[in-house]
Design a binder for this molecule. Structure first.
Ligand code: GCU
Length: 413
C-alpha cells in the first residue's frame, strides 16, 4: 500500500547503517523554557507541553470539543465463532453531523459473566476482512486497493470498493478465538470509516467538519484515526460487558502511528501496543534509516499536519522526537514491536525510541525497557515497556499476539 507522487521524484531512504550519521535527541525532561523536570507534577506540565508540540509540528491539533455521539446496536449474535463468543455490531453516529459516515464497530466478547478487558484496534480493509464469519456486512465505504493483496473494484463513480474476495483476508492478523479464549474482548472498526486514506479523503470524513484546513497545524489523517479510536472508547465505556479501565489500544503500521498518538493524548487507554509503526510512530525521526520524514511526507501528504513538511530537510530542528511520544504513554504499559524483514520501519530506531522513553517511566518509579541492548530475534524484553524484533516481514502474526496477550496478562489485568 504505497501511494506515489508522479510529479516529484521520491526522496531517498536509507538502509545503510554507516549513513545514519549523528544526531542529538531532545530531552523529554527539559521544559520548553529549559527547566529540568524533576517531579511527577513537573512532568504533568511537561506532558501537556509535549502534546502541544506534537500537535503543532507533527500530527496537527486534535479538536477539543466534545461532540454528540449516538450509539446504535445493529446486530447481536450470542453464539458467534461456533458458540465461543458474543458478537455485537454497533454504529457510532455524529448527531450534529449527519453527513459524516458512522464508525461501524465490530465487537467480540467472551461469554463469561465477568467484565472483559479489551483490545481496540482499527483494521485496514473493513470489518468483513478480519474474520471469515459470513454475516458481517461487506463495507460499502471507500476501500484501499492492494491493502490485502486484493484489488478493490471501482463502483459507478469510479471509487474503489471491497468485493466478497476481501472477506476474511486479514483474519490471520486478528486471531479472535485466541483472544477470546484468553478472556479478552476485541473491538475493531475500519479506519476508512473515519477517513479514507488518500489526500482528498478528509473531504468525506470527520475532518470535513472539525479542524481548520487553513492552519499549518490542522490535524492530519493520523490524528483523525486516533480521534476515532477515542470515540470507540467512548462507546466501550457504555458497554456493560467491557472493563473500560482496561482498554488496550493496538495498531499496525500507519494505524500503529495513530494508536500511539491516541494513547498519548487520551489516558483512558490503559496500555498501548505499537506493531511496526515505524516512521512517525515509534521510530526516531532523527535516525536517518528506512523511511524518512521527507519520504513519508511526500508519499502520504495527508497523514501529518502541514508544518511537519517544513522539517523534511531539517529533522534536527524538530522540537520533538518520537521517544517523547512514547514517553507520553508513561506510566502506562507500552509494547513496541518490530519485524526484522521490515527495515523500512527501522527496528533499531523503534527500539531506541523505547529506550529513550526510560527517564519518564523512572520518574514514576517504574522500569521502562530497563535495557539498552538490542535483543536477539524473537526475544521479548523489558518491563513496563516491552520490545521484540521478530523474524519475518511487515505484518501482524500469532507470535506478535502471543507476546501482547502475555504483556496484557502481566501488566493490564
Ligand atoms: C507505507 C508507509 C509506512 C506505513 C506503511 C503501512 O509503507 O511508508 O509509513 O507504516 O505503509 O501502513 O503499512
Amino acid at each position: 500500500a504505497h501511494l506515489t507522487n508522479a510529479q516529484a521524484p521520491e526522496p531517498v531512504f536509507n538502509y545503510d547503517e554507516a549513513k545514519v550519521g549523528t544526531y542529538k535527541l531532545p530531552n523529554p525532561l527539559t521544559s520548553n523554557t529549559g527547566k529540568p523536570v524533576k517531579t511527577r507534577a513537573d512532568w504533568e506540565n511537561r506532558r501537556a507541553e509535549l502534546i502541544q508540540l506534537f500537535a503543532e509540528n507533527v500530527y496537527g491539533q486534535t479538536p477539543k470539543q466534545t461532540i454528540k455521539l449516538r450509539f446504535q446496536t445493529t446486530a447481536v449474535d450470542s453464539s458467534a465463532l461456533n458458540g465461543l463468543a458474543i458478537r455485537k455490531m454497533v454504529s457510532i453516529f455524529f448527531v450534529d453531523y449527519p453527513q459524516v459516515p458512522s464508525i461501524d464497530v465490530l465487537l467480540y466478547l467472551p461469554k463469561s459473566k465477568k467484565v472483559a478487558p479489551v483490545f481496540l484496534g482499527l483494521n485496514f480493509c473493513g470489518n468483513h476482512c478480519v474474520t471469515t464469519e459470513a454475516d458481517i456486512p461487506l463495507s460499502t465505504r471507500w476501500m484501499i486497493s492492494g491493502a490485502v493483496g486484493e484489488a478493490a473494484v471501482n463502483n459507478r463513480n469510479g471509487e474503489p470498493r471491497a468485493t466478497e474476495k476481501f472477506r476474511g483476508m486479514q483474519a490471520r492478523r486478528w486471531p479472535i478465538e485466541m483472544i477470546i479464549k484468553r478472556g479478552y474482548a476485541l473491538a475493531t472498526a475500519y479506519y476508512g470509516d473515519i477517513e479514507p486514506d488518500h489526500p482528498q479523503g478528509w473531504r468525506s470524513g470527520i475532518r470535513s467538519v472539525l479542524g481548520d484546513t487553513t492552519k499549518a497545524d490542522n490535524w492530519g489523517a493520523i490524528g483523525a484515526w486516533g480521534w476515532g479510536m477515542s470515540r470507540i472508547l467512548d462507546y466501550l465505556q457504555t458497554e456493560p460487558r467491557i472493563d473500560s479501565k482496561r482498554v488496550i489500544t493496538i495498531g499496525h503500521s500507519r494505524i500503529g502511528k495513530a494508536a500511539v498518538w491516541a494513547g498519548a493524548q487520551d489516558d483512558r487507554f490503559a496500555a498501548v501496543i505499537s506493531n511496526e509503526s515505524g516512521e512517525g510512530g515509534a521510530a526516531l525521526s532523527r535516525r536517518w534509516y528506512g523511511e524518512t520524514v521527507e519520504r513519508i511526507n511526500t508519499s502520504f501528504p495527508h497523514w501529518f499536519c502541514g508544518r511537519y513538511k517544513t522539517y523534511n530537510k531539517n529533522v534536527a530542528n524538530l522540537p520533538v522526537d518520537q521517544h517523547e511520544l512514547l514517553a507520553l504513554i508513561a506510566p502506562r504499559p507500552l509494547y513496541v514491536a518490530s519485524a526484522n524483514d521490515d527495515q523500512w520501519s527501522d527496528p533499531k530506531g523503534e527500539f531506541l525510541g523505547a529506550v529513550n522513553a526510560e527517564p519518564v517511566y523512572r520518574l514514576y518509579g517504574k522500569t521502562g525497557l530497563g535495557t539498552a541492548t538490542f535483543p536477539a530475534l524473537n526475544q521479548s524484553v523489558g518491563q513496563t515497556v516491552r520490545y521484540h524484533d521478530r523474524t519475518g516481514k511487515h505484518d501482524v502474526t500469532d507470535y506478535d499476539w502471543e507476546q501482547y496477550l502475555r504483556f496484557a496478562d502481566e501488566l493490564v489485568r
